[in-house]
Write a protein of this length. Structure first.
Length: 432
């Protein structure tokens, strides 16, 4: 195997991209349906994942936001917090943060170099190496706690080698069915793989058939189960571009009001799940109640939160969101309709391994469309997106890039219209 001859950060990282299969770029061929590799990688680094307490977060939608909310609250409580999420938008280092600061380039480079012989021997995936990097960097940084988001599923996800003080499953919807199963109970069984013996688990709102799966697994593991919607209630008092004003209730008692630096249709549910988890964590770490509210108010500054219901332009208004499945997009579209713009322009792109029909059918025939293709191999060609959209009565032109589609939308739109950019995380990444 040839190693990078240059010592520059970009050259070393590019070597990693070239050598390792990456789900974010190529999809299914990058997946490893076993924990053997990640266990071997961790052993080679003396099992760094056991050096600090962990909160492990899984779920179809909302797990990234819930991870950021929990991390912000822990930081506001005075703890040094590692946060591992995926995928990244602009910079690989977004995946690995300590108190909101991205892992330094020198540390990325050093860890990759340490992994050279392991790459040659084990042929790991990109996600396995990035997960190992997070575990190791958090130990080197001497974090007080780490919030670890699963990549895909749970049971065989590379992150599932931790022994968490708390597991969180935000919910189960249809996504990645080719890998996780074609029914909600099957998908739930994969997510339930993060439930550990004797460790509490918070479950987000879910259908009864899914709840039964979680209950059976939790009982078999003797893991205390907390249903978030039975413990917490959250009302949205107001939303604007600065964030969301929320009223919080715990077990029927008023907990307080918080202005959260996040917006969109799912912020109440995500805050509810995070606050349910906080009831366990504040006792475990002996933190004050007010830390949760303070964390919400400083979410973006504390955690580098981005890409969800984010306003990126005015006159016309430009909104982007990384929702990329039927459940997520349906909520986004409902929220956009409530904004009552005279016209909505949709700059849309998708990836090949998604249920495209189920997503496209959600979009209104009254919208104006600009179909785009992100710069990743998984991207569905914009011409194919346009042809598929026509089957559902959606008319628009294909564009060879996201920026060209967005430029066309800006040229066409009235100053009082709304432009929405989305359909895929990779589309959003190109406009942030």
């Amino acid at each position: 195997m040839e190693y990078p001859t240059s010592d520059r950060y970009r050259d070393v990282l590019d070597w990693l991209y070239r050598q390792l299969p990456m789900f974010q770029r190529i999809g299914a061929p990058a997946l490893k349906y076993s924990l053997d590799n990640i266990k071997s990688l961790c052993r080679a680094f003396d099992d760094p994942q056991f050096a600090y307490p962990v909160i492990h977060v899984a779920g179809t939608n909302g797990k990234g936001t819930v991870s950021h909310l929990i991390a912000a609250a822990l930081q506001a409580g005075g703890l040094k917090v590692g946060l591992h999420t995926s995928p990244h938008y602009k910079d690989f280092r977004e995946r690995i943060k300590v108190n909101g600061a991205l892992i330094p380039r020198r540390d990325v480079k050093a860890i990759i170099k340490q992994c050279f012989p392991l790459v040659e021997d084990l042929h790991p995936s990109f996600f396995e190496i990035s997960t190992l990097m997070a575990f190791h960097y958090f130990r080197e940084s001497r974090v007080d706690v780490a919030v670890i988001e699963t990549g895909l599923g749970g049971r065989l996800d590379s992150t599932n080698v931790v022994d968490p003080v708390l597991s969180v499953i935000t919910g189960v919807h249809f996504d990645h069915m080719a890998f996780l199963g074609d029914t909600l109970p099957k998908i739930a069984r994969e997510k339930a793989g993060i439930i550990k013996p004797g460790r509490p688990v918070v479950i987000g709102p879910c259908p009864e058939e899914v709840k039964e799966v979680f209950q059976k697994v939790a009982e078999s593991q003797q893991a205390p189960q907390i249903e978030a919607d039975q413990l917490i209630h959250v009302d949205i008092l107001r939303q604007d571009r600065e964030g969301s004003s929320l009223d919080l209730w715990v077990q029927g008692k008023h907990y307080g009001q918080a202005v959260v630096q996040a917006m969109g249709p799912f912020i109440a549910e995500n805050t509810m799940i995070a606050l349910a988890g906080w009831q366990i964590l504040r006792s475990h770490f002996d933190l004050p109640d007010i830390a949760f509210i303070e964390g919400m108010q400083q979410l973006r500054g504390l955690t580098h939160y981005q890409g969800r219901w984010q306003w990126i332009g005015v006159n016309p208004d430009v909104l982007t969101d990384s929702a990329h499945n039927e459940e997520g997009l349906s909520g986004i579209l409902e929220a956009m309709r409530a904004l009552h713009y005279p016209q909505i322009h949709f700059v849309l792109g998708f990836v090949r391994d998604k249920a495209i029909d189920e997503m496209i059918r959600l979009f209104p025939s009254t919208g104006k469309y600009y179909f785009v293709q992100a710069k990743v191999p998984r991207a569905l060609p914009s011409g194919e997106v346009a042809r598929k959209a026509r089957e559902f009565g959606l008319k628009g032109k294909p564009y060879s890039s996201v920026n060209k589609g967005l430029a066309a939308a800006k040229q066409t739109a009235n100053s009082k219209d709304l432009i929405f950019v989305g359909g895929s995380t990779f589309v959003v990444a190109e406009v942030l």
